[in-house]
Design a protein around this ligand. Structure first.
Ligand code: APR
Length: 235
């Protein structure tokens, strides 16, 4: 059924969460082995942590920055990049900060929560490179802290990514969620915006999500790569 919907849709949008990257070896956040089962996000992934718990913040993010450098996209990422090239999907809205969609070849990607592959000064906003961040000895010339360009709890989403995601959602007729608990706002509003705009909503996730009730199709699948591969073979 999903393969037919994908073939007949005019504007398919993919929405991904951390469950899209676990098959590449990165942890998600809220499943039984998720990061937030080991760490408290408000004490680490927040603007307050950057301002008041700098050592804990730096240790946590230096680990995550290095881990995204070590992993590779899996077949699910490659299939999405192929579908974009074939004109089957319009774009990807991702909550992920690992850059794996782009590494697999996807080009139209809205990174709602920023990326661990870029860095900037917290005070003057100047772009910085990874070495500056990893070393962290060389503070910015202005004396500000160097940080990853991700959205911390308590911060606004990047305006451009938000607007791209809004446009994609409002004009989609098929909206497919892959690997997200859909528990974090405002990111979790986009599937509802698409649904209200008349899109079919599909959720592929290992566990039930907060928005399953609104979906036209829910596939509780342990491996997203396998699910996408099965659809790809029916195209
Ligand atoms: N296949 C299918 N589902 C999977 C897989 C997999 N291989 N791996 C994990 N999942 C599912 C988990 O069961 C979970 O329900 O993916 C979902 C991931 O949910 P979360 O861990 O909550 O991640 P996400 O929805 O992306 O979190 C949103 O929260 O902490 C913030 O900024 C962070 O972007 C993140 C946001």
């Amino acid at each position: 059924m999903l393969a037919n919907w994908l073939k007949n849709a005019h504007s398919t949008v993919i929405f991904t969460g951390a469950g899209m990257s676990t098959e590449s070896g990165l942890p998600d956040f809220r499943s039984s082995t998720g990061l937030w089962k080991q760490f408290n996000p408000t004490q680490l992934a927040s603007i307050d942590a950057l301002n008041n718990q700098l050592n804990d913040f730096m240790h946590f993010y230096q680990e995550r920055v290095q881990s995204v450098q070590l992993v590779k996209p899996h077949k699910g990422h490659s299939i999405l990049a192929k579908w974009e090239e074939q004109g089957l999907i319009k774009g990807i809205i991702t909550q992920n900060v690992d850059g794996l969609h782009q590494e697999a070849g996807s080009t139209h990607v809205a990174e709602l929560h920023g990326t661990l592959r870029r860095f900037h000064c917290q005070s003057c906003g100047k772009s910085k490179n990874r070495e500056d961040f990893i070393k962290q000895l060389t503070q910015c010339h202005c004396g500000g802290k160097i940080r990853p360009s991700i959205v911390l709890f308590g911060e606004q989403l990047p305006k451009d990514a938000f607007e791209v995601a809004l446009h994609l959602s409002e004009f989609s007729d098929l909206f497919i969620v892959l690997g997200s608990s859909l528990s974090v706002a405002p990111a979790n509003q986009f599937p509802l915006i698409a649904k209200e705009a008349g899109a079919r909503l599909v959720i592929i996730n290992e566990e039930p999500t907060d928005l399953d009730y609104y979906a036209d199709l829910v596939i509780n699948e342990r491996k997203i790569g396998e699910a996408l591969s099965a659809v790809d073979q029916q195209l």
